[in-house]
Design a protein around this ligand. Structure first.
Ligand SMILES: C[S@@+](CC[C@H](N)C(=O)[O-])C[C@H]1O[C@@H](n2cnc3c(N)ncnc32)[C@H](O)[C@@H]1O
Length: 275
């Protein structure tokens, strides 16, 4: 994109992005928009952000809209991100669910899963728990969703480059849960992969995934307006089983956003229980 972004174009793009995926762009992020969209404009022979928006609005251009959303979302993630949630899962939540008399599968939802590190880390903790307490935990199903097709493609493949593997994964877990691929990457083992089902889902849409015992919605609400956060937190509440848990990112909290959950202090770490 050679042309400068005009204030009108920037405002129109901010509105498009917020309506399409909830992301609230700050007032001075023109450089970010430019750098993330440069390639898409070139590939589509477009000269300005205004032309791009016009093209997206044309009927039959849904693919271009997806590509733009993909470019604008931040997919940063790593294995066992923040550690606490996974320790809380291992030491508090799984023992609690293991004691339950329910015959239903334990259902976990990773609601903005990016390239799969979050749901696969969860599956590893479950596998470790099962080995340490054989026969104690009932069937577990992990549903992992994201708005971005390209991150879901990576997640479904379950093959990661060394640099991605190095981010948060211990050598012991790498050895235990991955096999080296012929092209230098690392493939997640079938026993972990088969625990996770990936689906495309926009958190702004109405969804019918059924009820969950644990929802991880981490490092995504930060991009949304307070109004949208409230709305999503209400819908996540409806998607939890009675007594189910919500886990947010380390820098996220429910302060002033929802009184539908009870805060549970886990020393260290905080999770939220459905009221
Ligand atoms: C920063 S990553 C967080 C990944 C993971 N939860 C973690 O904490 O490591 C944020 C993810 O949210 C996804 N996302 C952004 N807007 C979304 C929306 N409206 N619906 C669903 N996913 C969305 C992005 O595609 C991205 O993969």
């Amino acid at each position: 994109m050679n042309a400068e972004i005009t204030p009108q174009e920037y405002e129109a793009f901010k509105k498009f992005l917020q309506d399409a995926c909830g992301i609230l762009l700050g007032d001075n992020k023109q450089y970010l928009v430019k750098s993330r969209l440069r390639r898409i404009l070139e590939d589509n022979h477009l000269k300005s952000l205004g032309e791009l928006l016009d093209r997206i609005k044309r009927p039959g251009r849904t693919n271009l809209k997806e590509v733009v959303i993909d470019a604008m979302t931040t997919n940063e993630t790593l294995w066992f991100r923040d550690n606490h949630p996974f320790r809380i899962l291992q030491e508090k939540l799984l023992p609690e669910f293991a004691e339950s008399k329910s015959m239903q599968p334990l259902r976990i939802w990773s609601a903005a899963c990016s390239t799969g590190q979050e749901p696969y880390s969860t599956a590893m903790v479950i596998d470790e728990f099962r080995r340490s307490r054989p026969g104690k935990l009932r069937d577990v199903k992990i549903t992992a969703t994201d708005i971005s097709k390209s991150v879901l493609d990576v997640a479904r493949r379950g093959e990661y480059e060394m640099i991605a593997i190095g981010r948060g994964l211990s050598p012991e877990r790498q050895k235990q849960f991955f096999t080296a691929s012929s092209n230098g990457g690392w493939q997640i083992k079938p026993q972990i992969k088969s625990m996770v089902e990936f689906r495309e889902l926009n958190l702004l849409d109405r969804y019918t995934l059924g009820k969950f015992d644990i929802i991880m919605c981490r490092n995504v609400l930060i991009y949304f307006s307070a109004e949208l956060k409230r709305d999503i937190l209400t819908r996540l509440h409806a998607a939890l089983n009675p007594g189910g848990y919500l886990i947010l990112g380390a820098s996220e909290s429910l302060n002033g956003l929802s009184d539908l959950y009870q805060m549970v202090q886990c020393h260290p770490g905080i999770i939220y229980r459905k009221k």
